[in-house]
Design a protein around this ligand. Structure first.
Ligand code: SAM
Length: 427
């Protein structure tokens, strides 16, 4: 290829032609590689580094700021790709299906544990779900509460691996009244089961951090429990159960990989104090960086602040009305009315959550075109809502025979392209 050779960049031994036309990379890219050379070698081996440099030289164009931005993005992408290679069980065909065509909903039919085990690590930016509440519905039955919690624990462990770093899992669950089947199967074994507390322990055991618990106030619900046998005396009294939890758990996997300075793009950085458990901070040591403090300190940042800054775009702006509605951690939402005047279930599912839950979660915890996964999708409320909001939406549901027809009817064909369906039995 004929063109102007950029001094310095051309010296890289890539085995490829690295000369460029006059509209080639900005000279600051050369500076980034010069200043970062020693540091890049600590992160990548010779081959990785050469390929990375070649890609940057061929693809990064534009002015200085845009060059810095593109370089940083390429660097983060490469670090992620190398991290994902450490997981041996990923199924590339499945991942290709799930992460291509972001405006197409992905309906995965089968056990979420099987699907999760085949997904790339840290590939999903937000998880939202409501699991089966132990034996509260007839679509799922476990022998004992412990068998149920063990199964949920395996799934949550896998969710932790698949969720991207510094990202949340929004988890709705209720403290149901049921028999834990630990001591007796008779009606005397019935009690309030604090599923929310058990799940919090499971999430923390697998590395998640508990951050918030919205109490969903369901208003007046249909139950006779508060009548307490019509005995207005001590020790007879029990309240109606009219709340559920909407937990916010975060993943902060401690990642010690150095990241480039968000101002100059150089990797000449030193470790700074940890800005939170699992969050490594860095300080730019490039004396020629475009922005240094009055005391001549370099920019301090973390992969998490970089992520949060990157999401501050006009298309991710969150409505004031929505924020006002979720300002307090007790939120009143009417349960979904699914039975119509003729007594038919219009949604085909006995326990859908209100669409306001995924709407809030999607808008507040993810950016446009990012991937949102619901591992217990039911009637795919999360999938439909996140698609409407411009996310790559993926739902996994075990009961294909029970829910498929109703789900397909719920997906408004006029709005969306045909869903991509993957059945675990067909793979
Ligand atoms: C509480 S419902 C979810 C309802 C959903 N939020 C909605 O709006 O329709 C839980 C769902 O998890 C499904 N389920 C149970 N175990 C599963 C598993 N291992 N993998 C995938 N789905 C599962 C059940 O069939 C049920 O539809």
């Amino acid at each position: 290829m004929k063109g102007v050779t950029i001094v310095g960049l051309a010296e890289i031994d890539t085995g490829k032609d690295v000369s460029y036309a006059t509209d080639g990379p900005h000279p600051h890219l050369d500076t980034i590689f010069e200043v970062s050379n020693k540091y890049l070698r600590r992160v990548f081996n010779e081959q990785q580094l050469n390929e990375f440099k070649t890609d940057c030289l061929h693809n990064i164009r534009g002015d200085r700021d845009s060059t810095v931005e593109q370089f940083i993005k390429s660097y983060y992408d490469l670090v992620k790709k190398e991290y994902q290679k450490q997981y041996a069980n990923a199924d590339s065909a499945l991942n290709q299906d799930i992460f291509s065509e972001p405006n197409r909903p992905k309906l995965l039919w089968g056990n979420c544990l099987d699907f999760l085990r085949r997904m790339d690590s840290e590939s999903v930016q937000l998880m939202i779900t409501s699991p089966p509440y132990y034996n509260a519905r007839d679509y799922s039955q476990w022998e004992t509460l412990d068998a149920y919690l063990d199964e949920m624990s395996c799934i949550i462990k896998e969710c932790y691996r698949v969720l991207d770093n510094h990202r949340p899992f929004v988890f709705n669950v209720g403290d149901i009244f049921d028999n834990d089947n630990r001591q007796t199967k008779s009606t005397w074994g019935k009690r309030r089961i604090p599923l929310g507390a058990y799940f919090t322990m499971i999430f923390e055991e697998h590395g998640f951090q508990f951050v918030d618990d919205f109490i969903w106030d369901k208003g007046e619900v249909q139950t006779q429990r508060h009548k307490n046998g019509n005995r207005p005396y001590p020790l007879y009294q029990y309240p109606i159960n009219c709340y559920e939890h909407i937990f916010i758990f975060y993943k902060h996997r401690l990642d010690e990989t150095p990241y480039p300075c968000p101002i100059c793009g150089c990797l000449k950085v030193n470790g700074n104090a940890y800005s939170g458990v699992g969050i490594k901070s860095w300080e730019c040591k490039n004396l020629d960086c475009f922005k240094r403090s009055a005391g001549n300190r370099g920019k301090r940042f973390s992969a998490r602040t970089q992520l949060m800054t990157g999401l501050q775009r006009a298309h991710n702006f969150v409505d004031e009305d929505l924020l006002r509605m979720w300002r307090r951690d007790i939120v009143k939402l009417a349960p979904v009315i699914k039975i119509n005047s003729k007594g038919h279930n219009t949604l085909g599912h006995t326990a859908p959550f209100p669409r306001e839950i995924p709407e809030y979660a999607v808008r507040v915890f993810s950016g446009m075109e990012e991937s949102v996964l619901d591992p217990f999708a039911g009637s795919f409320t999360t999938t439909i809502e996140s698609l409407r909001l411009g996310r790559n939406s993926i739902g996994i549901e075990l009961n294909r025979t029970l829910f498929r027809d109703a789900v397909l009817k719920r997906i408004p064909g006029a709005l969306f392209t045909k869903p991509k369906e993957v059945d675990s039995e067909w793979i």
